[in-house]
Design a protein around this ligand. Structure first.
Ligand code: IPE
Ligand code: IPE
Ligand code: MG
Length: 250
């Protein structure tokens, strides 16, 4: 059976998060510069976005640039920012065609003005789209996001708007940039690295993690199907024991 048909449409994750890693190594293995790898990563982005929308995934979050990535050589950072502008420009059409809404999380005030403007335009243009939400994590750091949330909560408490005794997990979730989104049930990282790299630390608390050796520019539909299929084989126990989960299902 074709792998796509092995996917149970009733058991799809609502939210998939992806750490798109391995562009540099992909390019280097072919004797090219790292930027060449980033450019080819765009094909994998397009295919992943379209496939998730086709399957009926509600939220897809792509880790495109971390705050730590600002420390890379200036030439690479500049090229990535340029690529971002160009990609948004060329992909808005695809987002509109597929009824996909764009959102961004991260410390976007660090982005060059041109990138910020292009992003704002695309977010506005796609804001009424309903089929799927594509969240780009750009200049993103989870520790920064959590720190900001705590700072805001502390400010509100100081101003007497929040009673500290009433602070719950939901309160904190409501101050994160992912406010209103379901937590990702599945997190995929390409390129063989098995770490989180400051991505959605709070939101991934109970996510199923899937690591593949495939480098991001090689990531295609089949790899995504394989990850979802693997996810569907797992028993999500949330601290309970297997029998409790099975009894509930039966
Ligand atoms: C991921 O690929 C893209 C970004 C972090 C922007 P890398 O650029 O990290 O590629 P490797 O990990 O060096 O191969
Ligand atoms: C994580 O990849 C960030 C993105 C994919 C955007 P990195 O390649 O920067 O991660 P580390 O530093 O190797 O963990
Ligand atoms: Mg990397």
């Amino acid at each position: 059976m074709e792998i796509k048909n092995q996917i149970d449409r009733e058991k799809l994750p609502r939210h998939i998060a992806v750490i798109m890693d391995g562009n540099g190594r992909w390019a280097k293995s072919q004797g090219h510069s790292r930027i060449f790898g980033h450019r080819h990563g765009v094909t994998a982005v397009r295919e992943t976005v379209e496939t998730c929308a086709e399957l009926g995934i509600q939220y897809l979050t792509l880790y495109a640039f971390s705050t730590e990535n600002w420390a890379r050589p200036k030439m690479e950072v500049d090229a990535l920012m340029e690529l971002l502008v160009r990609t948004i420009k060329s992909e808005v059409k695809t987002l509109m065609k597929n009824d996909i809404r764009l959102q961004v999380i991260g410390k976007t005030d660090m982005l060059p003005e041109r990138s910020r403007n292009k992003l704002a335009e695309a977010i506005l243009q796609t804001q009424d789209n309903k089929r799927m939400t594509l969240v780009l994590a750009l200049s993103y750091s989870s520790k920064w996001e959590i720190t900001e949330a705590i700072r805001q909560i502390a400010d509100e408490a100081k101003a007497g708007k929040i009673n500290t005794e009433s602070i719950t997990e939901e309160t904190l979730s409501g101050y994160l940039s992912t406010k209103g989104m379901p937590d990702p049930e599945l997190m995929i990282r390409t390129s063989g690295e098995q770490r989180i790299s400051n991505f959605l630390l709070w939101q991934l608390a109970y996510a199923e993690l899937y690591f593949t050796e495939t480098l991001w520019p090689d990531f295609r539909k089949e790899h995504l199907y394989a990850a979802i299929e693997d996810y569907q084989q797992r028993e999500r126990r949330f601290g309970k024991i297997s029998e409790q989960i099975k009894n509930k299902a039966s």
